[in-house]
Write a protein that binds this ligand. Structure first.
Ligand code: F3S
Length: 313
């Protein structure tokens, strides 16, 4: 079996940086208790591993409120300003592993909002990254994820700019549009077009990260030319689910696995070429195991045919 491993499979830069930060902090001998605010990545294996090494994963703000010391690591999604302020006021040490691309959006919305401009975040309002961005934007901000929500957005913008107290104090009256880093580019473009028709003075900043798009495009290119495709990632990881959808459309023998244990090598027995890709939260170790086993299964097939030839069958 010929195995093609996607170069972009696995951790993106921001996730790798956050995971490395947790392991680095856990290795420090002088530090106290290590907490992560939210699971550092969507991968049960990694979470189990860091918990076994002593990290505590805080899953709610109430759990955070109960922390009295130690170090809290902020994951790559980032958090609301309010959370950082709360940690500072409790004198808890913060290690900020927010992805720099997300941090850049925090800075944009904070500055634009301070100028009095209205912030539009295009993204999923329930996603922690979007909630974090929203939390740096002040009150003059809205999140929209589809065209149906734009009418309400327009009402919010008009109400905000028409308030007598804002009228004189906001010189520019601009609308600043940013995007969740993993938002679909075409949908972003469509929504920006609808907002542009409203004749606001708008500043559009495409803050979509290329890592996701590049991974999806490479996965598609591979899926189109292989007999079977393996997509590795946690079952809760939305970017892995998306990868699976893309690959399954291009290659009917596409398998979604979380770890090597889920891989049924018999299913791959008769294929000649297999492609492998993985979501942004899949550790290299798992990808390598799957790659090695897929290659080994090919060698076993060769051995079997060698035995068959030797036995004269
Ligand atoms: Fe950062 Fe892009 Fe990954 S925003 S966390 S490098 S998907």
């Amino acid at each position: 079996m010929n195995v093609i491993l996607a170069k972009t499979a696995g951790f993106c830069f921001g996730v790798k940086r956050a995971v490395d930060t947790v392991y680095r902090e856990l290795a420090r001998e002088d530090g106290g208790k290590i907490y992560t605010y939210g699971p550092i990545i969507h991968n049960e294996e990694v979470i189990r591993d860091i918990e076994q090494r002593g990290a505590v994963v805080l899953r709610t703000e109430d759990e955070l409120d109960a922390v009295a010391g130690g170090t809290v690591i902020i994951r790559s999604h980032g958090v609301e300003k309010r959370i950082c302020d709360k940690l500072k006021s409790k004198h808890i040490s913060i290690v900020d592993a927010t992805c720099p691309y997300v941090k850049k959006i925090h800075n944009i919305v904070r500055k634009e909002s301070e100028k009095g401009n209205y912030i539009v975040i295009i993204g999923d309002p329930s996603h922690p990254e979007v909630q974090g961005i929203r939390g740096w934007a002040g009150e003059n901000a809205s999140v929209v994820r589809n065209a149906e929500e734009i009418e309400e957005l327009s009402r919010n913008i008009e109400n905000y700019f028409s308030k007598p107290e804002n009228h004189s104090k906001i010189p520019e009256k601009k609308v600043c549009v940013v995007a969740q880093t993993t938002f679909n580019y075409n949908k972003f473009k469509d929504l920006v077009e609808i907002i542009s028709e409203k004749s606001y003075d708008i500043i559009v900043l495409n803050t979509i990260c290329n890592a996701t798009k590049e991974r999806q495009m490479e996965a598609l290119r591979i899926a189109e030319k292989v007999d079977a495709m393996i997509v590795i990632g946690d079952k809760h990881s939305s970017n892995t689910q998306k990868l699976f959808e893309i690959c399954a459309k291009a290659c009917k023998d596409t398998y979604y696995i979380q770890t090597l244990d889920d891989l049924n090598l018999n299913q791959l027995g008769s294929v000649e070429t297999v492609g492998i890709t993985a979501g942004a939260s899949t550790p290299n170790k798992i990808i390598e195991e799957v790659q090695i086993m897929s290659e080994l299964s090919f060698e076993q097939m060769l051995d079997e045919s060698f035995k068959t030839i030797h036995n004269g069958e």
